[in-house]
Design a protein around this ligand. Structure first.
Ligand code: RP5
Length: 162
């Protein structure tokens, strides 16, 4: 069976951020493909990737990019499979450029945009898991268990202060 999710990156340097999505997907047992499909260095490959996404059975694409981060928007332009954009922290503008590039899509081609960096990558994975959980009761239970563990860990913080 083809994996339901893809992690797409503009560069292998984005993996440092996107791996925070991968760790969660691994924990939840959700399969994914991962690839570098740079929008400006390999536009034909990027188009082919997006054009084949629905036929491959992808339910969502988590796309991370930094700087003039046009990858999530360009993928969204070429497929109706939902694209979850993760702004990668850039060297000079700390990812504010990436965030603005991804979040400011003109009306008509949406990209669901997450926080800059590892938190955004992790939340994109959790969001994709929640989407899949709409059709998968076992996965929904895992997500509820994850939330419950997180709540307990937060409650334990008060004890740790004593
Ligand atoms: C973007 O340029 C990538 O998404 C990456 O975040 C950024 C820098 O790429 P490298 O110079 O590290 O390959 O295309």
């Amino acid at each position: 069976m083809n994996p339901p999710l893809a992690l797409a990156m503009g560069s292998s340097s984005d993996w440092e951020t996107l791996q925070h999505a991968a760790v969660l997907l691994d924990d939840f047992g959700v399969a994914y493909e991962k690839c570098v499909v740079s929008a400006h260095r390999m536009p034909d490959d990027m188009f082919a990737f997006a054009e084949g996404a629905a036929a491959r059975g992808l339910k969502a694409i988590i796309a991370g990019a930094g700087g003039a981060a046009h990858l999530p928007g360009m993928l969204a332009a070429k497929t109706v499979v939902p694209v979850l954009g993760v702004p990668v922290a850039s060297k000079h503008l700390q990812g504010v450029d990436s965030l603005y590039s991804i979040v400011q899509m003109p009306k008509g081609i949406p990209v669901a945009t997450f926080a800059i960096g590892p938190a955004g990558a992790a939340n994109a994975a959790l969001f994709a898991i929640a989407m899949l959980a709409n059709e998968d009761a076992a996965l929904r239970q895992k997500l509820q268990d994850f939330r419950a563990r997180q709540t307990e860990a937060a409650r334990a913080m008060t004890q740790e202060l004593r």
